[in-house]
Each structure stands twice: as structure tokens, then as C-alpha cells.
Design a protein around this ligand. Sequence first.
Ligand SMILES: Nc1ncnc2c1ncn2[C@@H]1O[C@H](COP(=O)(O)OP(=O)(O)OP(=O)(O)O)[C@@H](O)[C@H]1O
Ligand SMILES: [Mg+2]
Length: 662
Amino acid sequence: MAFLPKILIVDDEPKMCESLRMLLAVKDYEVYTAASGAEARAILQDRHFDVALVDMVMPDTDGHQLMDLINQKDPDTDVIVITGDTSLEFAIGALKRGAYDYLRKPFEFEELLATVENALEQKRLKKENELINAKLEWSESRYGRLVESSPDIIYALDEAGNFTFISNAVERLLCMNREDLISRHYNTIIHEEDREKAKWFFNERRTGERSTTGVELRLISSEACGESKSFEVRHLTIELKSTGVYDRDVADSSKKFLGTYGVARDISDRKRLETQLRHAQKMEAVGTLAGGIAHDFNNLLMGIQGYASLMLLKTDRGHPHHKNLNSIEQLVQNGADLTKQLLGFARDGKYDVKSTNMNEIARDTIRMFGRTKKEISIYEEYEEAIWPVEVDQGQLQQVLLNIFVNAGQAMLGGGDLTLVTKNVNLGAQDARVLGLQPAKYVRISVSDTGVGIEEETRQRIFEPFFTTKEFGHGTGLGLASAYGIIQNHQGTIAVDSQVGQGTTFHIYLPASEKGIKDEKLFFGYDHNDTQTVLLVDDEDVILKVGSQILQELGYTVLTAGSGREALEIYSTYRDEIDIVVLDMIMPGMGGGETYDSIKALKLDVKVLLSSGYSIIGEASAILNRGCQGFIQKPFTMKSFSEKLREILDGENTPMYQNSQLH
Ligand SMILES: Nc1ncnc2c1ncn2[C@@H]1O[C@H](COP(=O)(O)OP(=O)(O)OP(=O)(O)O)[C@@H](O)[C@H]1O
Ligand SMILES: [Mg+2]
């Protein structure tokens, strides 16, 4: 049931009171009357009124005081003053004091009714307004909360492109104070190189011809982001969706542009992953290619190396060919270095993995480098209790040398080279930026004070064959192979550079749980061996040169040109054969299968695996099955001899047992 409007009539003339009451009661109002100020006060004690009609002149009360009392008790009550006074001043005085309106005696019933109804209507409208405002406020606060809890930057611009609103995501994403951005132009946060593009879309939107969706732009984050975020995140790539705001329908040609509002989504992670993926695919393709080339090339080099070694053996130092033969060996070595770089980014091209103290490798390598570069000052800072890492030491040395050499080339006039090793525990956020799993890593940082790298170049430095050096001065393989090697070790390389200031390369290698094993000592070059070697290789030149070398070393040699032949020979001469030198990649029965078949004939057979290159993990897999050693072609007579003695004189311990090679 709707409540009836309540009306109070205060007049000291009872007749007046009564007639007013009767008149108003007709209108469905609940009417109360008071014939004196005292009576009115009593009624007002426990009742609320919408309208009070108050006679200003009463014997016991001043009308003004009563009006004050009513206003004080309930400011919502509209007071209509009834007066006999005809002066305008009186009326104005009453209104100033808070009266809603006034009626001068004598008045018509219609006049009374109209005034009362008017007061009630105003009241109703006021209530309705309050309700609408409350609803609006609630709805605004709800949308406000939605906007503020969005991970995207939501903003509004005025017609000149200045921010009128920007959500708090900007504080997290760009480390900027949102209040500082209000009234500033959107260019404040747009990457310099993207400003033209941003302007184009802003203007485009202004004419209303095309909607702006899926536009990629780079935003700049404030310096404050530099410390908390990775050095790689200096800007943020966003995808923009924005809409123009007009004073009337977009189709109306006379519409006025008021500004735009839009949403900017951070897609930096997606972009980074896309780049990583593209890079990984490229490296994989090049890796496959490089592996193939390295394999054939190393066999060729092996042949040249072998014959040169044999000739050297028979040539006196004074002989005119002696020097030339030495040069051939040196050139073969250079060729081998080149294929070694290629193998760096060949897929899974790591073989000789040991638990290692990176401080030692880094120290040795930087000393070696330092000897050749006197104009460079070297600073070293080593983590004391550095965690061990599982690495191919030769490859890691290669990575460091490549980085040192680059640093040297960037500081031709001299400078500082700083090496820092550190144990780091990467949390989820840092690991994600680097494309690694959160875990413990050993970080080796190499900084130079050289020329630095421009952003555009920086994006390409890990590409194979990318070089900024003059023709003939760089192959562009240094960093590509370093990157490949570190990736093969489940780590990564990051780079931070400032043009004119210098460059820092950070190498991350996963820390290992294993302890560090002591190195075995080298075995000498021995001419008096009388043991028998079965040499297995599908390349004729390798068989020829290999058997000559082995004979020179004093071994008796049996050769096999295929896995099947090797098996036949082994089954006949198993008791005479002391060691098998087995090529890994052969047509038909490959190294792995041959190894297994020979092992089936004699469980403790000694095998030295040799290869120019292995396809994915095959070398590791064979080594895991108990094979004692691996030698990379092309090898010198000295290293071949050492490897053979290492296995023949060593206990029959497999090179790896339960190791975690891939
Ligand atoms: N420390 C550095 N300072 C400045 N630029 C560097 C630095 N390291 C690498 N670069 C840039 O990266 C490019 C690629 O390096 P990378 O080692 O892969 O090839 P390269 O040095 O040009 O040739 P290579 O190492 O095969 O002889 C270089 O040409 C050079 O522009
Ligand atoms: Mg280089």
C-alpha cells in the first residue's frame, strides 16, 4: 500500500485549521492539525511530515522559531508559510529562512492545493533524482572496478590526442604514474619509431573511415622498469583496439570528433615467443645442414691430416718439405676449427659432457685470450662456491673465446674486459623472459667497453653468417655457434648493449646436482704398442690413412669397410682384437647397431667411437650403452694415440653411466 502524503497544519484559529483539514483530506492526504506552537511541537515529536502549513502569527510561538524547529527535525519537510502580512520583505525573509513557499491570507483553495501539490511533486522528483544518482554512482563504480582490474591498458583521449583517462595497468606495465599522464599527449608513451604509425591511426579514426583493431605498436616504459624488469624489456609491444567518439551518429557528416577511447594489450611475451620460435626453426634447419657438411668435410680433413702426419714422421726437420707439411697440418687445423664452429649449432652436437667448474674454464680461457691482447685490461670476479655445470668443456671454451674475440674486435684501441661468474636462482618471471625453466643457473657475464651494438644489429647477431665485419674478416659464425652450443646445453645467451658504451653477454647454464670428477691424466705417445686394433669406417681414405697411422704407432691393424664386415672380422678374431675404432655414420649397418652386435659377442669389448658429426644424440646414446670413448674427426696422431692408450690402459669403465645426455 502506498503511503499517503502527510501534512501538518499549524494555525491558532481552530476554524481555519478545520477548514483546511477538510479541504485537503478530500485529496487523499493524511492531515494533522495543531492549534498552537506547543501542540505542533508535541505532534512533531514522533511524526514525519512531507509538508507543513505554518501560520506565522500565533500567540504562544513565533512562526519563525517553529519553522526552524521543523527544518532542524526533518530537513525534508517543506514548510509553506501562511501569513496575513502583505509585504514582500516578509515573504523573502521567510524564503531565505528555508520556507518552500508562502500563502497570503486570504487565499483560494486552488491556490493552496496548487502550492501543496507543487511541493509534493518537487519532493518526488528530488527523490527520484537521488535514486538515479545512486544507481549511476553504483554503476560507475562497478565499471571503474572492471576497468581497473583489467590487465590491459584502457584509456580515453581528447580530440587533440591528450589522455583524459588511463587505467592503472599503465603503472604495472610501463612503471608510470597514471596521474602524470593525464592531459599529456599519447606520444609520451609511444616508441619514437612508431609515432608516425600511431599518428596515422589516430587521424584515420578521426575521419571515421576505418576502425582501428589489431594494430601493433611499441610503448616505452619508464626508467623505473629497468631495475625490476629484465634488461631486455625496455619497451612493450602492444596490440591496440580503439574507437572514435563523436557528438552524434558516425554516419552524420556534421558530427564533431571528441576523441578516442581504446584498449592496449601487452603482447610482448607473444612476440618474444614468436621470435624465439622463428630463431629456433632457422637454427634447426641450419643445424641439419651444418651437420651434414661438417661430417663430410671432417672426413676429408682427416685424410689430409693423416697423410701429412705420416709424411712428417718420415721427414727430417732439415728437409725442405718439413715446413710445408707443418703448414698443411696448421691449415687442416684451421679447417677443423671452422667445422667445429659449424658443429656448434648442429643439432645436439655435444659429446664430451662432464660435470665442470665454470670458473676454471673461464679463467683458463680468458688468460689464453689475454696473452694475445696486451692493450686490453682484464677484470675477473668469480663466484666462490660456484655450482657445477654439465658441459662439453671444449665447446664452452669455444663459446667464451668467440665472445672474447668479438669483445677484442669491438675495442680495437684497447679497453676493459670484465668477466663475472655468478650463481643465480631464476624465478618464474626472469626465466620466462629468457626462455628458460625457473631453476638454478650459473651465469657467466662478459662485458666490454667497446663500440656497442645498434638495436637492429642486435636482433641478428646470433644468426649464422651474420657479420658486420669486412669481407674476409668475419664469417659470422662466432655467436651463432656460441648460441647453438649453449642451447644444446639447455641454457641461453642474452645480450645487453649501449652504442658507444659497450656490450655485455650473459651466458646461462643450468646448474648440476652432480659433483665434479677429477680429470684423468694424459697418456703418452707410445711406439711400442703391440696390440691389435680393428678400424671400421666406410670411407676408404680413412681406412688407408688410419691403418698407416696405427701401424706407425706400433699397432697391428685390421680394417673393415662396413658394419657387417666388422662383425664378421670380430667374430673370427675376437680374442686377438684389443680395441675397435668405430665410425658412427655408415650406410647399412651404422655405428650404433654395429656396437650392439659386437658387444653381444663380447660384453667387455673396448670401443672408441669416431665421427665427423653425429645425428641427434646417437653418439651420446652409444656412449650411454657402455662405449668407452669418443674422438672427433679430424684428429691428430697425438690425440688418437692418447685416446687409444686412455681406453686400453684404463679400467674397463664406460665413459658414461646413467648420464643424462640428450
Ligand atoms: N662485443 C661486441 N661488440 C660489438 N659488436 C659485437 C660484439 N659481439 C658481436 N658483435 C656483432 O655481432 C656480429 C656477429 O658476431 P659473430 O661473432 O657471430 O661474427 P663475426 O665476429 O662477425 O665473425 P666470426 O666470429 O665468425 O669471425 C659481429 O659482426 C658484430 O657486429
Ligand atoms: Mg666473432
